[in-house]
Design a protein around this ligand. Sequence first.
Ligand SMILES: [Cu+2]
Length: 227
Amino acid sequence: MHLKMAKASTSMTIIISGLTLVTILAILSVDGIPTKVALASTSNQTQESEPVKIAAGGGNGTAPLTAFIPENVEVRVGQTVTWYNPTTVGEPHTVTFIFDGNKTAGVVSPMSISNTTEFTALPPGSNNEPILIPGEDGMNTIVVVNARTFNPVVIDSSDNVNFMTPNANYTLTGTEKYVNSGWFLPNGFEQEYPGSGNTFSVTFEKPGSYNYICILHPWMTGSVTVT
Ligand SMILES: [Cu+2]
C-alpha cells in the first residue's frame, strides 16, 4: 500500500523542497540541532574525508518532522553517508533504496499459512490477535510485519536476500536491487521496536544518482549524487 503512496509522493517532493528551509529553521528552534547540520542542508557536501550526516526526521511529539535533512546531497566516490534519527519521541524511519521496481515492499504484507495453525498471543492473555483471512485449499492468509522493511537487508543482483545487523554499514556497489536500513529510532527509543537501531551508513562506490525513501513515510524522499 505504501508503494501507491510513493508514486503520489513525486508531486509532494516539490512541496517538501520548498519547505526544506522552513523545516530546518523549525528543527533548529525545536531541537537545537548544531548549526553545521543546517548549513549542510543548503550547500553541497565538500569534505570528502568526513562522513556526511543526514537527519531522518526530527521534531518532537507535538510536531514530528517527516523529511530528510538535507534532502539532496553530493558526495565523492568512496565517501560514506550516515543517517540518524534526531526525533525526541520514538518515531521510526527507514532509508530505503528501491533500484528494481519488482522489489517494492510494504510494511505489512499478506502471507499464506495453513488453516490448522493456532496462534497464542504473547504474553498469553494480552490484547493481541493476528489479522487472519479465511482462504481456500486448507490455507488462510495472515498479515505480518514485513521483515524486509523492518530489518536491514540487501537484495543483490542475483536476488540473494542478505539481512544485516542494526546500525549497518553497507558498501553500495550500484548493482543491488534493494537496500533497506530497517527501522531506526532515536537513541534510547530502539527498545520500542526490538531489533531496530539508531543509524544507517552507506559507502558509495559507483558514480550516479541514488534516490531513496522512508518506507514508513513514503513522502520522505532524498537523493545522494555520487561523483
Ligand atoms: Cu520516516
